[in-house]
Design a protein around this ligand. Structure first.
Ligand code: ATP
Ligand code: MG
Length: 263
């Protein structure tokens, strides 16, 4: 993939091996500041592994991951990794918000957990930050006193995004943020994500198994197939003239309305 020298995130030749299985087989990916990139692929293609590698939860067997001037692979898993994590520059929103939100903990506490990185804040400041983060994802302050079991699935997914926002990240990786939602919630959350880019200037990587749902949302897509990038390019180009057979199959399965959205 051509390398914009201004890349925020730059991944080169990333390989991940679990036991005897090559899960990522030399993945290249660039993300520019403020850009929205879709990573598309079927189940098991390595999407979550890619995201987890970026935040240091998976150790690559080869390849480079750079965030601005920082070599993320070289951070290891000790003190330097923790310091980088505390900076909050990169946030991962996990695939399953029900599992990643603590069922017994109020939304207010969940959303403000990441604020520890900003030093001691008063209760009032924490409350304001929580309200701001919820407002950014289109939720009202009345949710703050509730627990995850007492809000809807769509609201939980938004809370998971809100939690990622309090550290003011410059890069947010979202692992299947809309796949558990019905069509109307899916469209609404994807629009909200687009607005977040505009308001915060954050770059987003949106992982999905559904190429069609990325129409009108992402600037570029990367198609992963069995751990390798088989196609990448601006979403309009990929929709209009897919180069790889696998991408053509994905598009053939897409509803016509989604294809019209990028026409
Ligand atoms: N910790 C692990 N140990 C061993 N194998 C793993 C581990 N994590 C993932 N895998 C394997 O790596 C492959 C890719 O998994 P990954 O979760 O990255 O896929 P995915 O594209 O996110 O799939 P899905 O769309 O179902 O979420 C799968 O075959 C999976 O079983
Ligand atoms: Mg996954």
């Amino acid at each position: 993939m051509p390398s914009p020298s201004s890349a925020l995130l730059e991944i080169r030749g990333l390989r991940v091996r679990f036991g005897a299985q090559d899960v990522l087989r030399g993945v290249d990916l660039d993300v520019a500041p403020g850009e929205i990139v879709g990573v598309i692929g079927e189940t098991g293609s390595g999407k979550t592994t890619l995201a987890r590698s970026v935040v240091g939860l998976v150790k690559p067997s080869a390849g480079a991951i750079r965030y601005e001037a920082t070599d993320l692979v070289a951070l290891g898993d000790g003190r330097r990794r923790r310091a980088f994590r505390r900076s909050g520059a990169i946030q991962l929103v996990f695939q399953d918000p029900l599992r990643s939100l603590d069922p017994g903990v109020r939304i207010s506490q969940t959303v403000t957990e990441g604020l520890a990185v900003r030093g001691r804040l008063s209760a009032r400041e924490r409350r304001m930050e929580a309200e701001r983060a919820l407002a950014l994802v289109g939720l009202g302050p009345e949710l703050l006193e509730r627990i995850p079991g007492d809000i809807s699935g769509g609201q939980r997914q938004r809370v998971a995004v809100a939690r990622a926002l309090v550290t003011r990240p410059r890069l947010i990786l979202l692992d299947e943020p809309v796949s558990a939602l019905d069509a109307s919630n899916r469209g609404a959350l994807l629009r909200t994500l687009g607005e977040l880019r505009d308001e915060l200037g954050a770059a987003l990587v949106i992982i999905s198994h559904d190429l069609a749902s990325m129409a009108g949302v992402v600037d570029r897509v990367v198609v992963l197939y069995e751990g390798a990038v088989v196609e990448h390019g601006p979403i309009e180009r990929v929709f209009a003239a897919p180069e790889h057979e696998y991408t053509r199959l994905l598009l053939a399965a897409a509803p016509a309305a989604a294809l019209a959205a990028v026409a």
